[in-house]
Design a protein around this ligand. Sequence first.
Ligand code: AMP
Ligand code: MG
Length: 416
Amino acid sequence: MTSLLNVDRAIELILMDLKSKGPEHIGITEALGRVAAADIVAPISLPPFANSALDGFAVVASDTSDASEDAPIELPIVMDIPAGKAPETALQPGQVARIMTGAPMPEGANAVIPVEDTNFDWEADDHVPLGDMLRITRPVKAGAGVRDVGESAKRGDVIIKKGTIFRSAEIGMVAGLGMSDVLVTQQPRVTIISSGDELVPLHQPLTPGKIYDSNSYSLMMLVKEYGGIPTRMPVARDSMESVREVFEGALAGYPDMIISSAGVSMGTADLIRNILGELGSVDFWRINLRPGKPLAFGHLHDVPFFGLPGNPVSAMVTFEVLVRPALLKLAGSNDHDYYSTAVAGDRITTDGRRSYERVTLTHDGNQWVAHLTGTQSSGALMSMVLADALMIVPEDMKVVEPGTVLPVKLLRQPKS
Ligand code: AMP
Ligand code: MG
């Protein structure tokens, strides 16, 4: 038996020549899921000024050190500072200013007393009795109730690193810094090709021996999920002419990547091998991976090309394991796989290839327990539909006894 290519080595070979796409500016409401093309440096501090964390009274903390329930301290209210207005004068020792959450601290003050620690009836008495005495029943420490300038981010800090995927938090953060657009990496455009005489388009009736083309759709959606823009070609038939026509059509669109499924296993490889040889240079690999041993990788007119196996589960798993890193690199993303660990709930046997078993995850109070999603046939896409995760059985571990702890790559948030 010829030796199988190690999965990690295959990823290395794939990533070797890939370069990330160029940058573009987009509005922040379009940026969800996109990748920062450069470090983002805070142009201002956040908050831009020291402000009150609560509704209360700004004071000089040391004025309150002797305050207690039995011996309250009385200080005059000299100012009212609502949110959105800068105080006009400084606070002197021996004075307090009513202040609202988010309102700027007056110069001279260094703490905010919660309204609860005073005799002030906030709701009943909403006009501020300037000049009245405020009774303070508890001391407050310097800095209490104050949000410092730059508490969240300081001017000049790198707040989002190049390669970060924008989530809601990152977008809120850049908005808070006053940025309405961001520099992101252009999305990779990926063309998907299915091949096989048995494949029928979705709107046609099934006739004997035919199946619907599902790979085009699962692969297009994986491309979308991982930040690319998919395009689908018409199905290539099992003939030289049809395969050539469809691949040439794909190249005519100048995509950043082409992904085909099927036609790379032993019986069918020759047909594809000849055409792909005409259009570029493609290696046919036998990878130490289950499911998904046969795989083609190379370049067609300099466009990176993956020939994934045809079985629906193999196509998806090889995408997750081998195509996703390539797509992330094109997109300039530093995202990584979400691994956790789980304990095998079933006995699993493999043939010694690195295996990605489709599992559900349940929590037993201490740990995640993985159960196989029924059949692990690489043709049964239901095993992916039911799966919360792929449990990774390392090379050469042919038997996994229940209780063995192994890594799992999460496909979604488990339910319990
Ligand atoms: P092949 O690599 O052409 O031998 O195909 C392997 C298996 O995958 C066969 O059972 C095919 O019918 C199936 N298959 C290939 N392409 C698709 C597709 N686009 N959608 C669903 N199943 C497919
Ligand atoms: Mg086929």
